[in-house]
Design a protein around this ligand. Structure first.
Ligand code: ARG
Length: 568
């Protein structure tokens, strides 16, 4: 579903310039002030193609645009060409679409028959689900919802860090300091302490390093004792991860951790070898990437133990064979960007033509304003569960303060507290570093999750006061002619296009930004006009607008992975 006004502009500009519709569409903007127009075409990019100053292009194009039901005025303004659309049509078209499609408004079908694989969340077994995995989890989940809304089949994969030398270190540590058998009643906290302690000991005593390597060897060879202890670590971790995923209400289509690729690696190594890509270096087997100015990807260690990268190569091949994806997205920290460049370069050397379908969707760091750090080695990890619980606790206090009689208050405290964390994570462009400040995140009047949810609840309560049928029928859209109403409609009309944009740019913040804008213009409308009045027709029309606002806010919240309580 798209915006017919933008479609018309795109079509006409594309005809006049012989640019593709997609290229034109990517250029269309919304001017900062309504007086300037409803949509704008900046002509800077065109000036490169036509070798003319942008303002001349704007003028020439202007003469070629035909007026009609979808465009009623076009004006060049410096380097921009501004379009005005007939407001009554804009209101009518947009609101009828929303009333008609409800929660499906904004969805598309361009993804039908195509699969997107999203590798996200992927915490590490035997370590706590730390705040550093929050970003991947929340961004990955939002992208999953966004692609699904566009009709794609989405496979969310949790590539758990469940294999590697750290387990050997843990097993070693348990053998030194543990009491009796390692069983599943051990806590993650205890495992973490053991891990920290063994790392410290290894630093002082390199002999232990070798012992750990021996254990890893045994683990990779399927030694019964090693595998049993590893399995305990996995089980204990799952208990904790599941609690966090339940709180966030996030699931996966496939939970295939690194260990899943254990038996697939020999094939991958064979193919690398057959392509002549493997060389020996200081006892290790590597793929040399010097030509591309990158360090080598280590395929096998000197003791033949396999590595993270080899498992990822096996996973890449497996995923291609299994899903024939349109895209494979890795939602992983910016710290691994060199690693993904290495990985993708190896795909190129393997001459896999699907290499272009793989992308590293990176994101910046997250830290707390109060200075909480996150390094497992030293043990000062911030547990995500604690963060979520703190958010719920603070929200509970706010509710007790502001609205103590709120029915279902406990559930709402959870929805809002967790929503605040999700929103704060998604709110800025994903590549930026973000700083969590508790006061800001939970500020009901700021650009926050609670504000968005509160605005949604407010319009739900307006609708509860209306005693007619919802969604309203026989609406006279022409009555919605005030500038405040039109601004709301324009914002609503952008929703489908912004979902598309969020998908194209792997950028959930496109949705958060639109949602905050919608709250602003909706509240401006609400403060200026009485929705329910004695005038029946006007009431119906305004209720229709409020209904549309509520519908799109709820859809936006759900794309972001947040709940939309109807009362707050
Ligand atoms: N578990 C890894 C970490 O915490 C991230 C895994 C990312 N996914 C992948 N296929 N490499 O750093």
């Amino acid at each position: 579903m798209v915006n017919p006004f933008v479609d018309e502009i795109v079509l006409q500009v594309s005809k006049a310039t012989e640019m593709s519709c997609g290229d034109v569409r990517a250029l269309i903007e919304t001017p900062p002030k309504p007086e300037m127009g409803d949509y704008a075409l900046p002509c800077f990019a065109l000036s490169k193609i036509f070798r003319k100053a942008p303002h001349l292009i704007a003028e020439e194009l202007c003469a070629q645009i035909a007026m009609g039901d979808l465009i009623d005025e076009v004006r060049p303004a410096g380097p921009y060409l501004n379009f005005f659309v007939p407001k009554a049509n804009l209101v009518g078209e947009t609101l009828s679409a929303i009333l008609h499609h409800g929660a499906d408004y904004g969805r598309g079908d361009q993804g039908v028959g195509k699969t997107i694989v999203i590798d996200f969340s992927h915490p590490n077994i035997a370590k706590p689900f730390g705040i550093h995995h929050l970003r991947s989890t929340v961004i990955g989940n939002a992208l999953r919802n966004i692609y699904r809304a566009l009709g794609y089949e989405v496979v969310g994969v949790n590539h758990l860090g469940d294999w590697g030398s750290q387990f050997a270190k843990l097993i070693l540590a348990w053998n030194y300091w543990g009491e009796g058998e390692l069983t599943a009643d051990i806590t993650i906290q205890k495992l973490l302490e053991l891990y920290v302690r063994i790392n410290e000991e290894i630093e002082d005593n390199p002999k232990l390093e070798q012992e750990a390597r021996d254990w890893f060897r045994r683990l990779e060879d399927g030694d019964e004792e090693a595998v049993r202890m590893w399995q305990v670590c996995v089980d204990v971790s799952f208990k904790e991860f599941d609690r966090v995923y339940d709180m966030l209400d996030i699931g996966f289509e496939s939970i295939a951790g690194e260990s899943f690729y254990q038996n697939k690696m020999p094939g991958t190594l064979d193919r690398l070898r057959a392509k002549g890509l493997l060389t020996e270096s200081e006892g290790a087997t590597i793929v040399d990437l010097e030509k591309w100015d990158m360090p080598p990807l280590i395929a096998l260690r000197s003791d033949d133990a396999t590595l993270y990268g080899t498992r990822d190569l096996a996973a890449l091949e497996y995923r291609w064979e299994t899903y024939r994806f349109e895209k494979l997205l890795y939602v992983v920290d910016v710290a691994q960007s060199l690693y993904f460049r290495q990985l993708f370069q190896v795909l190129e050397l393997m001459e896999y033509d699907w290499r272009e379908k793989c992308a590293h969707v990176q994101f910046g760091r997250l830290r707390f304003k109060d200075g909480s750090g996150a390094s497992t080695r030293r043990g000062n990890v911030v547990f995500l569960e604690d963060v979520l619980n703190r958010a719920i606790e603070l929200t509970r206090k706010i509710i007790a303060d502001k609205n103590p009689d709120l029915p279902n208050g406990e559930q709402i405290a959870r929805d809002v507290g967790i929503g605040a964390i999700i929103f704060a994570d998604l709110d800025s462009k994903r590549t930026r570093d973000i700083v969590f400040d508790w006061d800001e995140i939970l500020n009901f009047n700021g650009e926050t999750g609670p504000y968005l949810q509160y605005t949604h609840a407010r319009y739900c309560s307006v609708l509860r006061r209306y005693d007619g049928i919802l969604p309203p029928r026989d609406v006279d859209f022409a009555l919605l002619n005030e500038p405040e109403a039109i601004e709301v409609v324009k914002c609503l009309a952008r929703f489908p296009g912004q979902i598309q944009k969020a998908a194209d740019e792997y950028e959930p913040s496109v949705v958060t930004t639109l949602m905050i804008e919608l709250c602003t213009v909706a509240n401006r409308f609400y403060n200026a006009h009485q929705v329910i009045s004695e005038q029946a027709d006007l009431t119906t029309a305004r209720v229709a607008l409020v209904y549309a606002i509520k519908t799109v806010l709820a859809s936006g919240l759900s794309l972001l992975g947040m709940k939309a309580p109807e009362q707050m």
